[in-house]
Design a protein around this ligand. Structure first.
Ligand code: SF4
Length: 494
C-alpha cells in the first residue's frame, strides 16, 4: 500500500492505515509502515493485526507519503525481523524502503551475489533483497527509474513493489504481473497504490478511476502527482488463485470483480456436477471465500443456498494462510459452527474454493455429518491443486498436497462424501472471459440491468473488460504444473 498526498493535505499515515486495514485478509502475521514526516522517515513494524499495530498517535502524524505492508509468510518465517517494509542504503547514503507482494524465485542466487559485495541482510525476506538490488542498481544506473528497468532483467518471479526514497514513491510490477497492483486518485488530491481496489473504496475514491498498474510498469508518485516512467503491458500470467480464493470478493482484480468471477465459477460447477435437483437439499458454503461460488451453484441448480448454514466466527483468522497445521486445525474448530436448523436430515451440497491438504475440508464434512446431514456432496471451485506455488502463495510441497497422495475416488472415501466434483480447468478459465449465451440468459433472469449497462458506466466497463480478457494468459500452474517462469529445482526460492 502506498499513499502520496499534496503538501499540507491530511495524513498519509491515516490513509495508508485505512488501506492496510481493508486488506488485512492478505496478511495476518504483522504489519509495517514507513512515513515521511518533517524530512525524516519514521518506521513502525509489529507482529499482530493492523488495528493492534498502529496507535492513535501514529495516525496523527502529518505525513505527506507512506508505504505499508501486511505480511503473510511465504519467503522467510513469520517473525518480527521479516516484517516489511525493509531498508537499504545507496552508496551516496540515500535510504530506500521497500514493501513487496510476491516471491522472487532466484532469491538465494541474488542474495549470495549481494552478500559477496558486502551487503549484510537482516531478514530472510524478498523485499529486503529488492531494496538492496535497487540500491545497487541505482548506484550503477544513476536514477531510480533506470534501476527499476534493470531490475526486470535481474529478478525472476513475482513482485508488486513500492519503494520510498525521500519524499518520492516508486512503484514497480514484474512483467508477468503475477500479483495484483492497482492505483487510484484520491478525493483529497492524493494518489494511492494497493494490491486490491477495496483499499480505495474506504478512502472514498471513484471506482471508475481505478486502474491496474500494468505488468512491467514503473511509476513515480510525488506530492500527489504521478509520473509514468514505463507504461508496461498486459500481464502475461496473473494469478488465477487471486480470483478463486485470495482476493476479497468485493475487489476488482485483473480488471474483473472477484464476486462476478466466483459466481460464474459456481454456475459452471453446478452445471459440471450433473447434480439433479431433489427435495430436501441445501447448498452450504465454506465461508467466506466460497460464498459467491456457492451462490452460483445454488442459482444454477435451483437449490436453496443457506448462507448461514456454516457460521464463521468473525474473530477467527484465515486458516489457509496459517503456516502450521496445528493452528489450522484448531482454527477450523473455533472458526466454523454448523447451524443444525437447516442441516439435520438434509442432503448438503457443500461448496469450497479449493482443496489443498484435505484436512480442513475433512473436519468440516465431519461437522456436518455430526449435525445430522443425510449425506454431503462436495463441490470445489478449482481443479485439484497438484503443484506448489513459487510466485507468492504459500502452498505446501508437492508431497503434502492431497491430490498427489490419493486418487479422487479414494479422497471421496476418506472425506466421507457422497460425491466430489472439481470444476474443470476449462470451466475455471472461462470464468473471467466473455459471457456465454447461457450466462447471459442467467443474467437476464437475475439482473437484466447488468447486461444493459451503458458503455462508460461501471458495469459497462466490466462487460467490456470480460470481452477483452484473454483467459489463456492467466497462471494456472498450481493446477497444471506449467509454470510461466523457470522454477527452482529444489523447492522455494533458490
Ligand atoms: S501457481 Fe497458482 S497460486 Fe501460484 S501464481 Fe500460479 S495460479 Fe497463482
Amino acid at each position: 500500500m502506498a499513499v502520496s498526498l499534496p503538501e499540507g493535505v491530511g495524513s498519509a499515515a491515516a490513509q495508508c492505515y485505512d488501506g492496510l486495514r481493508q486488506q488485512q485478509h492478505r496478511g495476518q502475521d504483522g504489519s509495517g509502515m514507513v512515513i515521511r514526516n518533517d524530512q525524516r522517515a519514521l518506521v513502525r513494524k509489529r507482529l499482530g493485526l493492523v488495528a493492534e499495530v498502529y496507535p492513535r498517535e501514529w495516525l496523527r502524524h502529518r505525513a505527506g507519503c507512506a508505504i505499508g505492508h501486511n505480511r503473510y509468510a511465504t519467503q522467510g518465517a513469520p517473525s518480527a525481523l521479516n516484517l516489511q517494509p525493509h531498508r537499504a542504503v545507496t552508496k551516496d547514503g540515500r535510504r530506500i524502503y521497500c514493501a513487496s507482494n510476491g516471491d522472487v524465485t532466484n532469491f538465494r542466487a541474488l542474495r549470495t551475489q549481494l552478500r559477496r559485495r558486502g551487503v549484510r541482510f537482516t531478514s530472510q525476506n524478498d523485499a529486503e533483497l529488492l531494496a538492496w538490488l535497487v540500491a545497487d542498481l541505482s548506484d550503477e544506473a544513476g536514477s531510480f527509474p533506470d534501476a527499476l528497468r534493470r531490475l526486470r532483467s535481474v529478478v525472476t518471479g513475482a513482485y508488486a513493489a513500492v519503494f520510498l526514497v525521500g519524499e518520492r514513491i516508486f512503484v514497480a510490477r514484474d512483467p508477468f504481473g503475477f500479483r495484483p497492483l492497482v492505483c487510484a486518485p484520491l478525493p483529497n488530491g492524493g494518489i494511492a497504490v494497493a494490491s486490491e481496489t477495496i483499499a480505495f473504496d474506504i478512502l472514498g475514491a471513484d471506482p471508475l478511476t481505478y486502474q491496474e498498474v500494468r505488468a512491467g510498469g514503473i511509476l513515480e508518485l510525488f506530492r500527489g502527482r504521478m509520473t509514468v516512467h514505463e507504461r508496461g503491458g498486459d500481464a502475461l500470467a496473473p494469478c488465477k488463485f487471486e480470483h478463486v480464493y485470495f482476493s476479497r470478493p468485493d475487489s476488482t482484480v485483473f480488471g474483473v470483480p472477484c464476486s462476478l468471477v466466483r459466481r460464474r465459477i459456481g454456475w459452471r460447477l453446478g452445471k459440471e456436477s450433473g447434480f439433479r435437483r431433489r427435495t430436501n437439499t441445501v447448498v452450504l458454503s465454506v465461508p467466506d471465500s466460497a460464498n459467491w461460488i456457492a451462490q452460483g451453484v445454488a442459482e444454477w441448480l435451483g437449490v436453496p443456498f443457506i448462507i448461514g448454514g456454516l457460521i464463521r466466527s468473525h474473530t477467527a483468522r484465515r486458516t489457509f494462510i496459517e503456516k502450521e497445521q496445528r493452528i489450522r486445525d484448531e482454527g477450523v474448530r473455533y472458526k466454523l459452527n454448523p447451524d443444525r436448523t437447516w442441516i439435520a436430515g438434509a442432503t448438503v451440497l457443500l461448496v469450497d474454493d479449493s482443496i489443498v491438504r484435505g484436512t480442513t475440508i475433512g473436519k468440516i464434512v465431519s461437522m456436518l455429518l455430526r449435525a445430522g446431514a443425510k449425506e454431503v456432496h462436495l463441490l470445489i471451485g478449482s481443479p485439484p491443486i497438484r503443484h506448489p506455488c513459487f510466485m507468492g502463495v504459500a502452498t505446501p510441497t508437492r508431497e503434502e498436497l492431497v491430490a498427489n497422495q490419493v486418487t479422487q475416488r479414494a479422497l471421496r472415501r476418506v472425506l466421507r462424501v457422497a460425491s466430489l466434483t472439481h470444476i474443470s480447468l476449462e470451466g475455471l478459465k472461462a470464468s473471467a472471459g466473455p459471457l456465454t449465451r447461457e450466462e447471459r440468459e442467467r443474467f437476464a433472469l437475475l439482473l437484466r440491468s447488468f447486461l444493459r449497462a451503458p458503455r462508460g458506466s461501471l458495469r459497462g466497463s466490466i462487460l467490456t473488460r470480460l470481452e477483452k480478457t484473454d483467459t489463456s494468459r492467466f497462471c494456472y500452474a498450481c493446477f497444471t504444473g506449467e509454470y510461466p517462469i523457470p522454477i527452482p529445482p529444489t523447492g522455494r526460492s533458490q
